[in-house]
Structures are given as structure tokens and as C-alpha cells.
Design a protein around this ligand. Structure first.
Ligand code: THG
Length: 374
């Protein structure tokens, strides 16, 4: 089968780390916020094993920032998310789903508070800048909304603490999860956050000058040799094991935050005005019609997921779709996320998955994938 390739043009804005990524031999890419996200250097399986044992450097410049700054910044951020943001301290991050007036999920960014009146939304793959600019204009808010020259570089894996301590200083060991500090690294000012799209621990460095991409990469590359640093990327296998949901695949504007399981990232009783208040209150009364669940699929490794796979009940009725899927070496099973009718979504339920003609037994599991006893 022939592979797709893509021609790069000026519309596909370059990452400041692109040159190093290509020199290291990245072979497969996806499109994310109209930028190239490099995914594969060897294979998902090899990168998974390495990520769980060592430390990786990831070009995640495509996680763009939407900056909101000005006297009405907090009011605007509150308006677009059901999460309470007033208590977010300067130097703190909060995972804050954005919802429209129907409760539909617009995006699931990490919000960073840079000052009383200044936030970054570190966005997943949808057009948040235009959405927020439109709301600011329509409401006559006194704010500026724009995409600054900021590009995250992630350092992920169990050896990330040692590597970052070597490069930036021992004080970085004390940075708490979802907090950040201001640092000068490779001679350029950055935000250094303990965060990242894996369960293996690590940091994200928000580079604020795209001309310094090579310098920043090279500094970590040299210091990382003793830790077996490799280039990597958000890893399909690891992120499913860890339970990280991907906007566009596992949830879309047709999902609401109850369906997505975002209860702990909502403060429905917050004082501030927010546009999805009525819609979410309505959904809360009955519960969502569908739920995003963990599916443990028995048997050998399945093919990669491209089009929807059906989830069926015991009678063969269609009750949902698989949204992400990978074979997990750790659990020796195919793990998946699926959106299924709420009536069939309880943990322990057995279902079937039709993987383009290959039908397998599957069980709905909780976030641990296996019972605690195992
Ligand atoms: N880092 C940065 N920006 C991002 C992502 C990132 N933007 C796009 C996308 N990823 C946003 N989505 C998520 C989803 C989950 C998490 C981070 C970003 C995450 N969740 C933790 C968890 O589920 O264990 C905990 C969140 C919490 O409890 O507050 O880290 O990766 N810069």
C-alpha cells in the first residue's frame, strides 16, 4: 500500500525545532493546529518502551498558545470554561475544558496564569484563537487575544527530573505538578512547567523566541546523552494506558464534558458567569446520553484504528464507537477508548468490538484497566 506524503508550504507554519527533528530522522507526522507534529522516529512500540524507561525530547510546538491579556482577561477566561479560574495562582496551570453555549467541547487546553490579568491557553487541535477573539469582540471586553511566538518543547520520562536538574538547576526538582517557573535556558527566557502528555513524568519548556529552537534543543541533547535521551513524541500506547484523551478523536464539539468524564475539571457552582452554565445544568439532571469509556479488548494485536469500529452489545446491536486503540505490552491486550450509550457504559459490562470485520470480546474497565488485585 502506498504511503501519503505531504508538501510543506508556508501555510504549515514551521516549528522552531523542525530542523533538529528532521536531522534525527523523523519519518511520520500528523497535522495539529495547522502545524506538523512529528510522531515516529522508530516505531510506536519502541518509543513506548524507551519513554517508560529513559527520557525523551518532544517537539510539541503545535500545542499553540492563545494569550488573553488585559483588565477583562479573567472574566473572559471564566466565561469560556466551566472550571473556576479565579483561584488559579500566578505560576499555576489548570486543565480547563472550553465549552460552547450548548456544552459542546471546543477544546481541552491547559490554562496557565502568567499574571493577574494574563493567561495562556495551551490548546489542543481546534481554532480557539478565533473563537475567543470573537467572544471578546462581541462582548466588548477590554482584552487582547492573540497567538504569541511560544512553542512548547517537552522533556518526558522517568529520567526527566535528573536531566532538567542538570541543565536548569536542582531547584527544578521542587516544581510541583501543574506549576511553572520563569527560567533562562540556553540564554533565552522560558516558562518551565511540570506537565506533559504522558504519565511518565517530566517538564514542558515554553520557548518564547522561535529563533532559539536549535539552541534549546542542543543544550538538552548534549546533557541528555548520559541519560539515553532520544527524540520522541506523544505516544499512542502510553497515553491510552495513562488515560489521556485526545481532542478530535476521543471528544469533539459533539461531546459534552460529562460524556468525556471531565467532572473533576468543572466547578458548576462557580460564581463567575460562564456560557455553558444552563446547558450543563440540564445535562447534569439526566446524565449524558453517552459516555467515553475504557475498553479492554481480548486477543492478539489488532490493526491500527483509522475508521470507526463499532461497539456491539450481546444481541449485536450497535451501542457505540471506538475512538482510540493500541496494543498494550504492559496489559497484554488491546486497550481502547470508546463512546458508548450510557445504558451500556458501566464498568464490568461485556461487549463486542467489530474491528473492520474482526469481532472480539471486550470489557468496560475503569482507569486502572485491570482490577486492583492484579
Ligand atoms: N501540554 C501542553 N499543551 C497541551 C497538551 C499538553 N495542549 C493540548 C493537549 N495537551 C491538552 N490536553 C491535555 C490533556 C490532559 C493533560 C494535559 C493536557 C494532563 N492531564 C493530567 C491527567 O489526566 O493525569 C492531569 C490533569 C489534572 O489533574 O489537572 O496532564 O500536554 N502544554
Amino acid at each position: 500500500m502506498s504511503k501519503m506524503t505531504m508538501l510543506l508550504s508556508r501555510r504549515l507554519r514551521p516549528s522552531p525545532f523542525e530542523q533538529r527533528v528532521l536531522e534525527h530522522g523523523a519519518t511520520e507526522f500528523t497535522l495539529y493546529n495547522k502545524m506538523i507534529l512529528p510522531l515516529i522516529y522508530s516505531s510506536y512500540a519502541e518509543q513506548y518502551t524507551h519513554l517508560c524507561e529513559h527520557v525523551q525530547i518532544w517537539d510539541v510546538a503545535c500545542e499553540r498558545q492563545v494569550e488573553i491579556v488585559g483588565p477583562d482577561a479573567l472574566k473572559l477566561v471564566e466565561l469560556i470554561t466551566p472550571r473556576e479560574m479565579g483561584s488559579c495562582a500566578i505560576g499555576q496551570c489548570k486543565y480547563a475544558p472550553l465549552c460552547d453555549e450548548n456544552g459542546g467541547i471546543i477544546n481541552d487546553p491547559i490554562a496557565l496564569r502568567l499574571a493577574e490579568d494574563r493567561f495562556w491557553l495551551s490548546i489542543a487541535d481546534s481554532d480557539v484563537n478565533l473563537w475567543v477573539k470573537g467572544i471578546a469582540y462581541g462582548r466588548g471586553f477590554d482584552v487582547k487575544v492573540f497567538e504569541p511566538d511560544v512553542s512548547p518543547l517537552a522533556i518526558q520520562g522517568p529520567k526527566a527530573n535528573d536531566l532538567v536538574a542538570d541543565v536548569v538547576g536542582e531547584h527544578t526538582r521542587d516544581i510541583k505538578f501543574f506549576w511553572f517557573t520563569d527560567e533562562i535556558i540556553a540564554g533565552t527566557p522560558v516558562k518551565l512547567a511540570r506537565s506533559g502528555w504522558s504519565g511518565q513524568g517530566g517538564f514542558e519548556i515554553y520557548l518564547q523566541d522561535s529563533s532559539k529552537g536549535n539552541d534549546l534543543w542542543d543544550l538538552f541533547w548534549e546533557a541528555g546523552k548520559k541519560y539515553n535521551l532520544q527524540p520522541g513524541a506523544p505516544n499512542l500506547i502510553e497515553r491510552i494506558e495513562t488515560g489521556l484523551k485526545s481532542y478530535g478523536a476521543d471528544m469533539t464539539i459533539d461531546s459534552d464534558p460529562f460524556e468525556a468524564g471531565f467532572e473533576s475539571y468543572m466547578d458548576l457552582d462557580k460564581d463567575a458567569e460562564y456560557m455553558c452554565r444552563e446547558a450543563l445544568a440540564e445535562i447534569a439532571k439526566t446524565g449524558p446520553e453517552k459516555r467515553l469509556v475504557n475498553l479492554f479488548i481480548e486477543g492478539e494485536k489488532l490493526a491500527d484504528l483509522r475508521s470507526d469500529w463499532s461497539v456491539l452489545n450481546g444481541s449485536g446491536d450497535h451501542i457505540g464507537v471506538v475512538t482510540s486503540q493500541a496494543y498494550s505490552p504492559r496489559y497484554e491486550a488491546n486497550l481502547a477508548f470508546a463512546i458508548v450509550d450510557a445504558a451500556h457504559a458501566d464498568v464490568g459490562n461485556t461487549v463486542k468490538v467489530d474491528a473492520e470485520g474482526v469481532v472480539r470480546d471486550a470489557t468496560i474497565r475503569d482507569a486502572r484497566w485491570r482490577e486492583a488485585a492484579n
